[in-house]
Design a protein around this ligand. Structure first.
Ligand SMILES: [Zn+2]
Length: 74
């Protein structure tokens, strides 16, 4: 188990310190979030809860990484 997994587990046990998106909401906003980030916008302010969810949810984090990868290649 990596350190990141441990952090995510502890975070889940303690509960989110800020509002966290659900996976459905995360997927719906992920494109926009990545675009904002790449444009140098305040993505975390524009899409509150996204960062917390990505930190806690490996599936969505993987999707996020592949979107970043696609954007970098495009
Ligand atoms: Zn998720």
């Amino acid at each position: 188990m990596t350190r990141q997994d441990n952090d995510a587990t502890i975070k889940r046990l303690l509960g989110p310190s800020e509002p966290e998106l659900l996976c459905d909401e995360c997927f719906a906003e992920l494109d926009r979030y990545v675009d904002l980030e790449l444009d140098g916008e305040e993505a975390d302010l524009r899409v509150p809860g996204m960062r917390a969810h990505l930190d806690a949810c490996p599936a969505c984090h993987e999707e996020y990484e592949s979107l970043r990868q696609l954007a970098a290649e495009g």
